[in-house]
Design a protein around this ligand. Structure first.
Ligand code: GLP
Length: 241
């Protein structure tokens, strides 16, 4: 595992954007695994600026997002479909048909999750998977559990995740209680993994996931077993590493 600790959030975003651009430079038709949350917003802004400047093109890139709330329409302003359009897809030269986010509006969870897993396989798998880190160690929406979930599935969100994400909704009652997410197995099949972590409130969980025991109670600890992981964090998040 490569751990890159830089000073600021802006530095973290730049280093991570460079890594993604290097994957695209290597294979213009690569498959990117993407993430939502506040942490990747800066690196998406860097990708948008670099695309506008002609430094990178997404014309042949395919993307798969980690997760989506269950029950939100795609145009709901807190859906991850909306987030991705707003932060990346609407501002770069990507073909919308090549962008994929789990269909949280499909009430048939098993069918929606199985179709998603099959689409990733059909695209040849993920070349680089971007991850953020939840305060309880979740990646995607894989919450602390008794075992590592393998494939894309429907999860019940924990109270702490609902609480953390309620800042983005008008009230906590509006936060969906369930989500569709890639499994830890889906994430671990990516050929490379890039995790971005920012802020002092993530320092303790980052230390646990990198140096603690590999246990499903800390879902991100599974990354210790992946052969090609880069973690890029700012100094505040990396303070205990
Ligand atoms: C959310 C998302 C995760 C994200 C995490 C951290 O619940 N499902 O994919 O990585 O929480 O979010 P943030 O970057 O806003 O701290």
């Amino acid at each position: 595992m490569d751990l890159v600790i830089v000073d600021t959030y802006e530095d973290m975003s730049r280093v991570a954007a460079d890594q993604i651009e290097a994957v695209i430079a290597d294979d213009a038709a690569c498959v990117l695994g993407l993430a939502t949350g506040s942490t990747p917003i800066g690196l998406y802004a860097d990708l948008v600026a670099d695309c506008a400047a002609g430094k990178v093109s997404f014309a042949d890139v395919t993307t798969f997002n980690l997760d989506e709330y269950r029950g939100l329409a795609h145009d709901h302003d807190q859906s991850y479909h909306y987030f991705m359009a707003d932060n990346l897809f609407d501002h770069v030269d990507i073909d919308p048909a090549r962008t994929h986010v789990p269909d949280g509006f499909d009430p048939d969870a098993d069918a929606a999750c199985a179709a998603y897993e099959e689409a990733i396989e059909a695209a040849g798998g993920i070349d680089i998977q971007l991850l953020g880190l939840g305060h309880n160690g979740h990646i995607g929406f894989n919450e602390p559990a008794a075992s590592f979930p393998v494939a894309t599935h429907c999860v019940q969100l924990t109270e702490s995740t609902i609480q953390a994400n309620s800042r983005l909704f008008d009230s906590i009652d509006e936060v969906p209680r369930e989500a569709y997410t890639m499994g830890i197995g889906t994430i671990m099949k990516a050929r490379r993994i890039l995790m971005v972590v920012s802020g002092e409130d993530k320092a303790e969980i980052l230390e646990k996931c990198l140096f603690g025991p590999v246990v499903p109670e800390v879902p991100a600890s599974a990354l210790q077993l992946h052969p090609a992981v880069t973690v890029v964090c700012d100094a505040a998040a990396g303070a205990r590493c």
